[in-house]
Design a binder for this molecule. Structure first.
Ligand code: FE2
Ligand code: FE2
Length: 174
């Protein structure tokens, strides 16, 4: 009889979470396009979409990063010491992402206030730049994580170690 715990695997759970993030970056990109090309009349609709995008990244995606920072990265640093430099870099990218997401959130807040058209145009430009950077950062971060640390988990950890991580992940992911 198959061992029940092996039905879920920590790498599969993490990759599933990356897949969802990837889809959300598409929604994020559409939002940037809409904000750029749709006029004032669609602003309410677009601000609502921005709220939805921000909610995902500040909740679900934040949970994913929290699991990596509090559980996965320290665990890998002690079990696979050669990963330490790449983990340091990945952690720095998380901080960069969080700071830029906060900026993006503030800019969206600015946009919802009543403003002159010229001020609005400046805010739109900053939103476009910050948003494009966030999308780029997320995609390249997740890709390098999948190709480095996630591959190592699969290859170098024992089944019981993977199960231990898989059990811990549930608390952080919805
Ligand atoms: Fe990460
Ligand atoms: Fe990740």
């Amino acid at each position: 009889m198959a061992h029940k715990k092996k039905e879920f695997n920590v790498v599969q759970l993490l990759e599933k979470s990356h897949d969802e993030t990837f889809q959300r970056t598409d929604q994020f990109r559409d939002l940037l396009i809409n904000l750029r090309y749709e006029g004032k009349l669609s602003l309410g609709k677009n601000l609502k979409q921005a709220e939805d995008v921000l909610k995902f990244f500040s909740q679900e995606h934040a949970g994913h990063m929290q699991f990596e920072e509090e559980i996965l990265f320290p665990y890998l640093k002690s079990h696979v010491p050669k990963l330490e430099p790449v983990i340091y870099l990945l952690h720095a990218e998380h901080l960069d992402f969080k700071n830029n997401l906060k900026n993006f959130e503030n800019l969206i807040g600015e946009l919802s206030k009543e403003r002159q058209e010229s001020d609005r145009a400046v805010i739109f430009e900053k939103i476009r730049e910050t948003g494009a950077y966030l999308i780029f950062l997320l995609r390249s971060h997740n890709q390098s994580e999948s190709e480095s640390v996630y591959k190592v988990i699969d290859r170098e950890l024992h089944d019981d170690e993977k199960e231990e991580l898989a059990e811990k992940i549930e608390k952080f992911l919805p």
